[in-house]
Design a protein around this ligand. Structure first.
Ligand SMILES: [Zn+2]
Length: 520
């Protein structure tokens, strides 16, 4: 009964009710699905002396040790660790349950068997895109795909898209969560969806053709690509008057970029476009969205679904769970997921506004929301990618300051060594697309001053490019995901590359990945 309440009233419940219902659901989930059928957690709980019954209040969740990406990576002794996280049912345990016996009596054994197949048999997978040597698969059962469809439908609702809208999905065709969530958002949300596969599949031209002919009301994509697409479409005089929403995934979205996208949309004749960002990660097997904010007002944060998972914010140093409103690292525990299940997953993502349960000031929904910017801080520190010219650089900050800078469009940061000598000093080269006829000398001074103020280093060179040149540099139409930061330092190659032809890049979340990994 309470589970139905959490599902049916997911956007209308107060904090105390959410916490109470989540605690009940967590206990049932652990008792009936995770502990009996997860090799990893069955063992871990036994070692910790924990049972499903140990979880009565939501605070009890904190008794479960964290799981992080490194726990999922294969080692020489355990070459397929990801398999330990897949729920594998024991038919004997299932057959002895009174609920199973009752269902078999009412519906017949065949039907019960089919239901268990749908619940537990993995039939679909997505892969992580991070810097890990090999992408980690994350499995979905038919029940998980229903859950993904639910998340997709809610994303459409929260974004305030309407049935009858046309949705152009430009996320790259790939076994990545973002693409499939957009697919399910369209189909489950009852919105006519066209997935173009992004720049690599049909080029910017092919996507512009869809903008002209399909005339989407909603455009989904990675911010860097969407920027290029709209810029080129505007240059070519394309029109798309009915565009109302731009939904962005896969990278962080700064206020400056929102403004620039809105201006470009205006050039296409779209007068009232809302820019909506989403946040998700492979292990959650779903993603969350902002609701449209009045123009010029700050985002009201990512709207979470309390029946599909529990989000905690922790102090990344002590691991302590923090109260509402405090910034910290995000830790996620799914509810009712099957297939791959990871509990208390440390995302390495840091939300600088924390979690709130206050009603949303814009849409009025009552649900947990994640506030402020989300940056992938811990990832950066781990990979020794943080020093440029001997100074610790926060790539999230660098990305924000460039996105927010006036008079520039797309950009790319290139790191080199002087004369390509590994022992030489680092060089930071800023490639920028100048817009609105700005004066080069003035712009150079402004950008240098911005970099010095925010990240305490001066670019060695600032090179100006036209739209075509910057597209080529970023690999628009060539790569699955455009490159905003390239590291051509020989030393970095030795550490991070397996061969010298694969540049190491940092994606929009500050997460280092290689081209090869991005294409998987
Ligand atoms: Zn809202």
């Amino acid at each position: 009964m309470s589970r139905n309440l959490l599902q049916s009233r997911w956007e209308h419940l107060s904090e105390s009710v959410v916490r109470k219902l989540q605690a009940e659901q967590l206990q049932r989930y652990l008792r009936t699905a995770v502990l009996p059928f997860s090799a990893y957690y069955g063992k871990l709980f036994q070692e910790q002396g924990l049972k499903g019954e140990s979880f009565c209040r939501l605070e009890d969740l904190q008794r479960i040790p964290f799981t992080s990406k490194s726990d999922l990576l294969s080692t020489a002794e355990r070459p397929e660790r990801f398999k330990e996280f897949i729920l594998v049912p024991d038919p004997g345990v299932l057959a002895r349950r009174p609920a199973t016996i009752l269902r078999a009596l009412v519906h017949g054994r065949q039907r019960v068997k089919q239901d268990f197949e749908a619940e537990f048999r993995p039939i679909f997978a997505t892969f992580t895109t991070g810097r890990s040597a090999e992408p980690i698969p994350c499995f979905f059962t038919a029940r998980d795909l229903d859950r993904l469809a639910t998340a997709g439908r809610r994303l459409v609702e929260v974004c305030a898209a309407r049935p009858g809208d046309r949705l152009l999905n430009t996320l790259p065709f790939a076994p990545h969560l973002a693409f499939w969530l957009a697919h399910y958002a369209g189909t489950a949300g009852g919105v006519l969806t066209l997935s173009s596969g992004g720049g690599k599949v049909m080029g910017t031209e092919g996507n512009i053709r869809h903008i002209r002919k399909f005339k989407p009301d909603v455009l989904i994509g990675i911010p860097t690509f969407v920027y290029h697409l709209l810029h080129q479409a505007a240059e070519e005089g394309a029109r798309c008057e009915n565009l109302r929403r731009i939904v962005l995934g896969g990278e962080k979205v700064s206020d400056g970029l929102r403004l620039k996208l809105r201006e470009l949309a205006l050039e296409l004749g779209a007068r009232n476009v809302d820019i909506v960002a989403t946040y998700g990660f492979t292990e959650a097997k779903l993603a969350w969205s902002e609701c449209p904010a009045p123009h010029g007002e700050p985002s009201s944060g990512y709207h979470l679904y309390p029946d599909l998972g529990i989000m905690e914010v922790i102090d990344p140093r002590t691991g302590e769970t923090l109260p509402s409103g405090r910034p910290g690292e995000l830790v996620f525990t799914p509810l009712e997921a099957r297939g791959t299940v990871v509990l208390r997953y440390r995302t390495g993502d840091y939300a600088d506004g924390g979690l709130t349960y206050e009603p949303c000031p814009y849409c009025g929904r009552r649900l947990p929301r994640l506030l402020g910017n989300i940056s992938r801080r811990s990832e950066i520190k781990q990979v020794d990618f943080d020093k440029i010219k001997g100074t610790l650089v926060d790539f999230n900050e660098l990305e924000h300051l460039l996105d927010d800078a006036p008079h520039i469009g797309a950009w790319q940061v290139e790191l080199r060594k002087i004369n390509d000598d590994p022992l030489e000093l680092d060089e930071l080269i800023l490639h920028v697309q100048k817009v609105n006829g700005a004066d080069e000398g003035q712009l150079r001074r402004e950008l240098t001053e911005r970099c010095a103020r925010h990240i305490e280093i001066h670019p060695n060179r600032i090179l100006f490019h036209n739209a075509d040149e910057i597209r080529r540099l970023q690999g628009v139409g060539r790569l699955l995901k455009e490159e905003k930061l390239v590291d051509h330092r020989p030393k970095a190659h030795a550490v991070e590359r397996q061969d010298n032809s694969r540049p190491v890049t940092v994606n929009g979340n500050g997460c280092v990945e290689s081209n090869l990994e991005k294409q998987l």
